[in-house]
Design a protein around this ligand. Structure first.
Ligand code: M6R
Length: 615
């Protein structure tokens, strides 16, 4: 949450910072702000709400600016203190000479704040961040060295921070520091950048240094220096970013979410490429770096994730248990980290995360590593902190996902689980070869089946139009599509703010059925030929008997349901075990179109941020 960007160099500083913040806006949009070093003065601009307000403010005030030489910018996802102008970053020390932007949470800010108030500091906001500004200024008063002042200050901070600091009296440098929150340096020619994430700098440079916890970076126009918490210089590897700027374009689609939904067939092709060529050959998953003998005897897997990634993990459980016969536990990272787990050296722990930056999942992974488990990370960001913790890494290669609502990364995570499960089954010999051949055949056909769904969405649009005024929805399924029901309901909730809940269909009559009447649409996911089909059909009948409106999501060969359901959405015929890779697509579209009809901000839904970097 929160995005930071800093720039020092010859370009138009305001434009570089605004561009960087635009590409980071998925991290938060409660407020935006910027501090500029402008010919001996520090000028600060802040606005409430989205970045466009800051852009307008700067446009209106551009005559105030002489020639800014560097600056730091911020977009906020509020944690401490409401989203207000006074709480918007940047924050300053009492005299206004030292300015700070921050992502993270300072857990001991109250104690520090009290001490600083006693020393005469004047606090203006309710944020934890302002404490950092006063603390560094206090240290600077003694050291007169900004790098030292930041180092001495961060030693006193508990919690998570990625922080950038500038000082009026040190106009040639920007100092950054991080702990448990992402931060990287972008290296240019006669210019340098510092940011929370790569999209902020991709337009300008691909050369990057990833800071590690407790490191401090000092950037000037022509130099970058990284030191550890004790002041020893650290020689960092310069890495080349894999992304192209075009990845951040909507390419003619109205929203990133729609573009990302339409990218899913290519994402799957990409992911299968090099791993699954031929149905007669074994899946190649060289990324899994565990001895084959150990894999053969593996009897427990734990999967940890949050949100949409957690739903992919749930589908992953069904797939691995079905193909490889290994027992799989799935748990929300935020729960895993607060209980005594039975994870041990013989457990394979899989962390799933689009961003690779989700704080709860990172903490959970660290705990699993401390218990000597082999950690496999499935992520869309091989350049992330989580990826750096991995013993084995499956990059899902979905390309940058900008929309806050995850879509293509979910499908890519699902496909990764199919490949992993087949790989395990092939090592263990747990499945008939002919069965696996059929699965591989179906996997290879998935992209064209997704294209078939996307080529005609009028039925889904019509369903969205019909039901967009309803306030509550229930999604039901059994078996592997339970994950789809949860994910479909989450998509609807997060972008349209409609109350939607996924339930195992068999659970309906154990309570939720009490809510049903003509105001509550029930969406049933049915897979003809699958083991759960008849049961979900009966559960749908039960809902109909309570006057609920019924929507079916089924396959093209389902002939006997039109009479029961008010709307039927069809996908191409597919086996039940593989169906989640298709059933998720109409549900993403249904959520998208409903949100569109309601005029919601599809790509940046309220209260959310794409990377949840605080626990
Ligand atoms: O980056 P991650 O996959 O670790 O993120 C986990 C969740 O925060 C994320 O899936 C969230 O639920 C999305 N908004 C879902 O659309």
């Amino acid at each position: 949450m929160c995005g930071i960007v800093g720039y020092i160099g010859k370009r138009d500083v305001v434009s570089v910072l605004l561009k960087g913040l635009t590409n980071l806006e998925y991290r938060g949009y409660d407020s935006a702000g910027m501090a500029l070093q402008d010919c001996g003065e520090i000028k600060i601009y802040k606005t409430l709400g989205k970045l466009v307000n800051l852009k307008n403010e700067l446009e209106n005030k551009k005559s105030e600016l002489k020639h800014p030489s560097s600056g730091i910018g911020h977009i906020r996802w509020a944690t401490h203190g409401s989203p207000s102008l006074v709480n918007a970053h940047p924050h300053t020390c009492s005299c206004g000479k030292l300015v700070v932007v921050h992502n993270g949470i300072i857990e001991n800010y109250k104690e520090l704040r009290e001490e600083l108030i006693k020393k005469g500091c004047v606090f203006r906001s309710q944020t934890d961040t302002e404490t950092i500004a006063h603390l560094v200024a206090d240290e600077y008063a003694n050291t007169k060295n900004l790098e030292e002042a930041v180092r001495n200050s961060v030693k006193k901070l508990q919690g998570a921070y990625a922080v950038c600091v500038i000082h009026k009296d040190a106009p040639d440098i920007i100092v950054g520091a991080r702990k448990h929150a992402p931060m990287l340096v972008g290296i240019g020619d006669g210019e340098n950048f510092i940011a929370s994430d790569t999209p902020a700098i991709i337009e300008y440079t691909k050369r990057t240094i990833y800071l590690d916890d407790n490191e401090i970076a000092v950037i000037s126009q022509n130099s970058v220096k990284v030191t550890d918490i004790n002041g020893h210089e650290v020689i960092k590897k310069v890495e080349t970013l894999p992304w192209e700027p075009v990845a951040l374009s909507k390419l003619g689609f109205k929203h990133f979410m729609l573009k990302e939904i339409y990218e899913q067939s290519d994402v799957i092709r990409n992911l299968l490429n090099g791993k699954l060529y031929d149905i007669d050959e074994c899946v190649k998953l060289d990324e899994v770096k565990i001895d084959k003998e150990i894999l053969k005897n593996l009897n427990k897997i734990e999967i940890i994730a949050c949100g949409t990634s957690l739903h992919a993990a749930l589908a992953g459980k069904y797939i691995i248990e079905d193909f490889a016969g290994i027992s799989v536990e799935v748990e929300a990272s935020s729960e895993y980290i607060y209980r005594k787990t039975t994870t041990n050296a013989s457990t394979l722990v899989i962390g799933v995360s689009q961003s690779g930056e989700t704080a709860d999942t990172i903490t959970a992974i660290k705990q699993a590593k401390a218990k000597n488990s082999h950690v496999l990370i499935i992520t869309n960001r091989p350049d992330s902190n989580m990826a750096r913790l991995a013993d084995s890494l499956i990059p899902v290669n979905a390309g940058i996902e900008v929309s806050v609502a995850a879509t293509k990364s979910y499908t890519a995570q699902l496909i990764s689980f199919y490949l992993l499960a087949i790989h395990l089954a092939e090592i263990k010999g747990s499945m008939e070869k002919s069965y696996l051949k059929n699965i591989k055949h179906e996997l290879i056909q998935l992209p064209s089946k997704i294209e078939e769904i996307l080529s005609n969405t009028s039925n889904i649009k019509e369903c969205a139009r019909k039901y967009s005024s309803y306030k509550n929805f229930i999604y039901i399924a059994r078996g592997i599509n339970l994950a789809t029901a949860y994910e479909g309901a989450l998509k609807l909730k997060e972008i349209s703010y409609i109350n939607a809940t996924g339930y195992p269909a068999g659970e309906l009559k154990h309570g939720p059925i009490a809510m049903l009447d003509e105001t509550m649409p029930v969406l049933s996911i049915l897979m003809p030929g699958g083991i759960t089909y008849e049961k979900v059909l009966s559960n749908s009948e039960e809902a109909k008997a309570r006057n609920a409106k019924l929507i079916a999501l089924t396959s093209s060969d389902d002939k006997n349901i039109d009479a029961l359901f008010d709307v039927v959405i069809r996908i191409p015929k597919i086996s039940e075990i593989l169906s989640p890779a298709l059933t998720c697509v109409p549900l993403q579209l249904l959520a998208y179109y409903i949100a569109e009809f309601l005029g919601k901000d599809v790509d940046q839904p309220r209260n959310l941020a794409k990377s949840v970097t605080v626990e």
